[in-house]
Ligand binder design. Structure first.
Ligand code: ADP
Ligand code: MG
Length: 324
C-alpha cells in the first residue's frame, strides 16, 4: 500500500522542531546533540492491540497513549524528554487512520516539545503494535531511581489511583456506571497525563526514588521495594480516590482498583525524613498524598482503617503471569 511508503514523508517534519536535532527523519539514522553535563535517559515501550488498548480504540487515543506512557517513563526518572522514535507494525494503514494517529501524537508532542526523529514501518500479519523509544536529559547523578528507597522514607503518590482500571472495566461493560462517570474514567484510561514537570521538580528538590504506576501501585511499589531491599506499610485510608471510585464502588472494591489495576501513570516516590520539611511546601501545594512508609521488614502490607492488615485479591498486572 502506498501509505506505507508515504510515512517518511508524513513524519518528515518531526512534529516539533528542535535545535538539538542535527538530522531528523529521512536518513539512515538521526543525528542528535546531547547537552554537556547531562546524562541521556532512554526508554522504550510497546503497545500491542488487544493487550494494551481494546481493538476498537480510535487512532488518536492509541497514538496519544503510546507517547504518554513513554513520557511517563521520563517523568519517573526526573528527566526532560527531548526526542522519540516510532516503530509501527500493522496489517494495513489508511490515510484517515494515519491522519488521526498523527494528530494524537502531535498534540502531546507539542505539549512536551518532543521531536519525532525517526522510526520504522513494517507490515504485520495480524495485530498492530506501536513501539516508541524516548530519549531525554537528566543532570548527572540526579535521576530518580527504584533502588534508592530507605527505611523511614515516607511514600507519596501524585494523584488518584484506580480510575484507569475502572475505565477498562467500564469499556468492557464489566461495570455499569452513570454516563458522566463512565466518560471520566475512560478518558483517564485513554489519555493519561504523564507527570513530567513533577518528576523534574522532584529531582531538583533532591528526591532520589520514584517509579511511575503503570501496572498498579502494589506491583510498581513492589519494584521499588525489591530494588531497594526494603519493605513498606500502606495506610488504605490515605490512598487518594476519585469521587467516581468513592461513590460508584464499595470501599474495598475501590481499594482493589486503586492498588492493583494499571494504567494510571501517577508517580510513586519516597522522601527521607530529613527532606520532608524542605519539601513540605511543594508537596502540599501540589496535593500529593502520603500513603505509607518504608520499613526494614521486606514485605508490603496494607493497613485497613480499623487497624487490621488487609489482603488485596490481586496484586497487579503482570505480563506472562500464570493466569494469562
Ligand atoms: P531504512 O531502510 O534505512 O531503515 P526506512 O525506509 O525504514 O529506512 O525509513 C526511512 C526514513 O523514514 C528513516 O529516516 C526513518 O527513520 C523514517 N521512518 C520510517 N518509518 C517511520 C515512522 N513510523 N516514524 C517516523 N519515522 C519513520
Ligand atoms: Mg527501516
Amino acid at each position: 500500500m502506498k501509505e506505507f511508503n508515504a510515512i517518511e514523508h508524513y513524519f518528515r517534519q518531526g512534529l516539533v522542531a528542535r535545535d538539538d536535532v542535527i538530522l531528523g527523519v529521512g536518513d539512515d539514522a538521526a543525528l542528535l546533540q546531547v547537552p554537556a553535563n547531562m546524562e541521556l535517559a532512554v526508554s522504550v515501550d510497546t503497545l500491542v492491540e488487544g493487550v494494551h488498548f481494546p481493538i476498537n480504540t480510535n487512532p488518536y487515543d492509541i497514538a496519544y497513549k503510546a507517547l504518554a506512557v513513554n513520557l511517563s517513563d521520563m517523568a519517573a526518572m526526573g528527566a526532560t524528554p527531548a526526542w522519540f522514535t516510532l516503530a509501527l507494525s500493522c496489517p494495513e494503514i489508511s490515510e484517515p487512520w494515519l491522519q488521526q494517529f498523527t494528530q494524537g501524537l502531535a498534540d502531546l508532542a507539542i505539549q512536551h516539545q518532543v521531536s519525532l526523529i525517526g522510526g520504522d514501518t513494517t507490515r504485520s500479519k495480524s495485530v498492530m503494535t506501536i513501539s516508541i523509544q524516548i530519549m531525554g536529559f537528566i543532570p548527572k547523578n540526579k535521576a530518580l531511581r527504584r533502588d534508592k528507597a530507605q527505611v523511614g522514607d515516607t511514600i507519596f503518590v501524585t494523584g488518584d489511583l484506580g480510575n484507569a482500571g475502572l475505565g477498562l472495566a467500564s469499556s468492557f461493560a464489566e461495570i455499569d456506571l452513570p454516563e458522566q462517570d463512565a466518560q471520566f474514567v475512560e478518558q483517564c484510561l485513554n489519555r493519561p497525563t504523564p507527570r513530567v514537570e513533577i518528576g523534574q521538580a522532584l529531582s531538583k528538590l533532591g528526591v532520589q526514588c520514584a517509579i511511575d504506576i503503570s501496572d498498579g501501585l502494589l506491583a510498581d511499589l513492589g519494584h521499588i521495594l525489591t530494588a531497594s531491599q526494603v519493605g513498606a506499610t500502606l495506610h488504605l485510608a490515605q490512598i487518594p480516590l476519585s469521587n467516581t471510585l468513592k461513590t460508584q464502588l464499595k470501599i474495598e472494591q475501590a481499594w482493589q482498583f486503586a492498588l492493583s489495576s494499571g494504567d494510571d501513570y501517577e508517580l510513586c516516590f519516597t522522601v527521607r525524613p530529613e527532606k520532608i520539611e524542605l519539601l513540605a511546601q511543594y508537596l502540599s501545594a501540589n496535593h500529593f498524598y502520603p500513603i505509607g512508609y518504608i520499613k526494614a521488614e521486606q514485605d508490603l502490607s496494607c493497613l485497613h482503617p480499623n487497624g487490621d492488615i488487609w489482603q488485596p485479591k490481586r496484586a497487579g498486572y503482570e505480563h506472562f503471569s500464570e493466569a494469562d
